[in-house]
Every structure is written in C-alpha cells, then in structure tokens.
Write a protein that binds this ligand. Structure first.
Ligand code: PMP
Length: 420
C-alpha cells in the first residue's frame, strides 16, 4: 500500500470497527516523523480475515504462564482494532464513563454471553468485581454467613488453603480434608468425607492452579440447606459446568477469560443480603448486585476484554467444543509425560489431572535450567513451576493453541533424546 499522507494519526485501519471482522496484521508498520510537518503513515499490511485460532503470528511466543496468561489472538486483534475508537464512539473503552450507554451495552452483552455459555438462570446474579479472586476469600464468608457459623473447606491445594485461612477471620471454618501431607496430588472420595451437618457452605477450589488438581465432579454439602462454593479461577469457562449445583462460583479473569483486575462472581440471588456487618462496601454483594456491578468504577476495559472472550467462546460453539479442544491438548501433553519412561513425571493422580495446568518434574532436576533456557529459545516461555513446588508447569488454558502444545511436546521429546 502506498504511503498515505494524513493530517492526523487517525488511520482508516484504526478506525475500523470490529463488526467488520477485519483485522490489522500485527506487524503493520506506522512511521511518522517527529516534526511539525503532517504525519506520514506508511502501512505495509493488508486487512485480513479473522486469523485462525491455530495460527500464531511470527512475533508472538507460546506463553505457558499460569496467569495472567495467553489470550486468544483474534480477541487481542479485535481489541486492537477497537482500542482507539470503539464502534465510532470517538473514544476508547478506557475513556468511557462506566455509567454511559456505550459501556452499559458492553457489560450487559458480556453478562448475557456468559449466561449463555454457562446456562446461568435468572436465579443467579452475575457480578463483575475488582479485587481478584483473593478478595473473594473474605467476601464469601462475609456475605454468606455470620461470625459463629460453621463452614467446610475441602483443601486440595494451596489456593483452597489460602481461602480457608482467610475465612478464619470471619466465621468458623473447618477443614474436612487436606491433601497437604501427600503434596496435593488428589481429590478424596466424597462418600468418606466427614462434612458438617450444619455448615453454611462447602468450599472447594475446582482447579488448583499450582498443583494441577482438578475436580471432575463435585461433592454435595453435608447440610441440606448449605451450598457448594467454588473458586473456579483457573478453569472458568474451560468446560460446561452445571451452575445449579453451586450457590456461588467465583473466578479471577486473568487465566481463561481476560486480563487481571476483574473477578467474576456468580451467586444465587437468595443468598445475597443476609450478610454479617461488612466493614467495606466493596465486599458487599448486595450493593454490587443492586447496582448491576456499577456501584463504584468497575474494571471497564477488563470487562470489555472478558466480553470479547465470551463472544469468541460462543463463536467456537460453546463450552462443549472448548472442552473437547482442551481434552485433546491436555491428552497429548500428559501422554508425552507418561510415555517418557520416567524422564518426565506428573505426580497428580490420573483421574483428577487438570486440563489447564500441567505440572511435571524432570528425572534429573539439574537439567531444569537448561530445559527452560532451550524452550525459551524456541519461543516457549513461562514453563517454570511455581516457586513453592519447583519443576515445570505448562498452563494450557483455552487460548493456548493446539500448535503450542504440539510444539512443546516435540521439544520435550527432542530434549529427552539429547539427555537420556
Ligand atoms: N484462586 C486460584 C485458583 C488462583 O489460581 C489464583 C491466582 N493464581 C487466585 C485464587 C488468586 O487470584 P488473584 O490473584 O486474582 O487474587
């Protein structure tokens, strides 16, 4: 394309609205001279169709981070196209009033798409909050019970443990099972659990991000009037979930559905408003529910990004399809580990291995640094295990393309051949 002299930096490409599903090639070059002369823009790219989810542009890496984590390429490109001027509004989503009709349409669409994805009924409120999943460790007990109430925590990893410890400040939590002595490698059988008959809720962490332990089905609270509460931060929207089994689901967005700074809470409406005295209005579900998540200034841009991800998941055919892709990706990675004759090892019991976070160790730990260095040379980054467990961890959330996992597996095989 020939250089187009413009008097302002507004290019037609940046003005492109996302309804057109046209994208700017990410390596498009904009040149302008820092002078008083008018900007000159040269653009060597063409408008493209939506890129395939399998494709990864040359200048991006495969990011195996546990969160903040990789986002779908086409979502990033959509956001890029919208960034400067959202749908002809003349401003970015970052610049909009959260009370204006444009942002309201964004948050309402995000909520509607999430409701469609997870089949969330009108009996549940959907809240988009600040404060990360960690804030929910306090908000959950503060909103769901009184200081003397008993609640149950089933601890299958360090996030569940953190949630339990926070709850101790606000009510009387009891650990009904703790996998720590076995190094968090499994989920217990539910029928052997000694659940409290009067617990207001039973809390689980549906996917332990650090240890890679994922619930494949869910326990029922010991109290018939109690509810199940789940931290789904690291497997949110990775598969269909029957929301009716839960009183409350919460999830930090930065693993599967968006950037950090947004926490999504799905809570049965009849549970809202029975809270103990809550010192901070920010922790009070009722205030957020009554104001449709617009009580204070919500994380607007993050919510917009989550909305793009939800839309993308619906376009992929919904969560059943997404689950199939995740099973395929996790399957080839776990097979590579299990078939390595002990060169690589995943300690987690096979029946509860996470589809999202795959921890593994090397038989020769002295090779870990070289593994990471060589992987990075191949543009595969953030494979180091959590500092508390060591080894490796490949987080393969929804947005990790199959090609990324295939490349990792092929690298692992080559690395083994070189060092076995
Ligand atoms: N729960 C789980 C399962 C997590 O993985 C994390 C973050 N890694 C958290 C809670 C805490 O989330 P945040 O950093 O958003 O507070």
């Amino acid at each position: 394309m020939a250089a187009t002299p413009l008097t302002t930096p507004h290019t037609t490409l940046l003005q492109k609205t996302h309804q057109s599903h046209a994208f700017l090639k990410p390596n498009a070059a904009f040149h302008y001279r820092a002078s008083r002369k008018p900007f000159s823009v040269s653009c060597s790219s063409t408008i493209q169709d939506r890129p395939s989810l399998q494709s990864q542009s040359q200048d991006r890496v495969f990011n195996f981070a546990a969160g903040p984590a990789t986002l779908p390429e086409n979502v990033l490109l959509k956001a890029q196209a919208d960034l400067y001027n959202w749908r002809g509004s003349g401003m970015s989503v970052m610049e909009m009033s959260h009370r204006g009709k444009d942002f309201r349409s964004i948050i309402e669409k995000a909520e509607a798409d999430l409701r469609a994805l997870l089949n969330i009924s009108k009996d549940y409120a959907v809240l988009f909050l600040q404060g990360g999943a960690t804030t929910q460790f306090a908000s959950v007990p503060l909103n769901l019970c009184q200081p003397d109430d008993i609640v149950d925590y089933l601890v299958t990893g360090s996030w569940g443990d953190k949630a339990f410890k926070e709850a101790k400040k606000y009510c009387k939590p009891k650990v009904v099972w703790n996998g720590k002595s076995e190094n968090y490698v499994r989920v217990p059988a539910f029928d052997g659990l000694e659940l409290s008959p009067d617990a207001k809720y039973l809390h689980i962490c549906a996917n332990e991000t650090i240890y890679g332990v994922e619930f494949k089905d869910y326990p029922v609270p010991g109290n018939p009037y109690g509810v199940l509460v789940a931290d789904m931060s690291s497997n949110f929207c990775s598969k269909p979930v029957d929301v009716t089994k839960f009183g409350l689901i919460y999830a930090g967005a930065q693993k599967n559905v968006g950037p950090s700074g947004v926490c999504i809470v799905i809570v049965r409406k009849d549970l809202i408003g029975n809270a103990q005295e809550i010192a901070s209005v920010m922790l009070d579900y009722k205030i957020h529910a009554d104001n449709n998540s617009l009580y204070n200034t919500p994380p607007c841009f993050g919510i917009y990004m989550c909305g793009l991800v939800f839309e993308d998941l619906l376009e992929q055919g919904g969560l059943k399809e997404v689950e199939k892709k995740n099973e395929k990706k996790a399957g080839i990675l776990y097979n590579a580990i299990d078939d390595s004759k002990g060169f690589y090892r995943c300690p987690v019991e096979k029946s509860v291995r996470s589809l999202m976070n795959v921890p593994f160790t090397l038989e020769k730990p002295e090779l870990e640094a070289e593994f990471l260095k060589e992987a990075e040379k191949e543009k595969m980054v953030q494979l180091k295990g959590h500092r508390s467990v060591g080894g490796m961890r490949a987080s393969i959330y929804n947005a990790m393309p199959l090609a990324g996992v295939e490349k990792l597996v092929s690298f692992m095989k080559d690395f083994q051949a070189m060092h076995a």
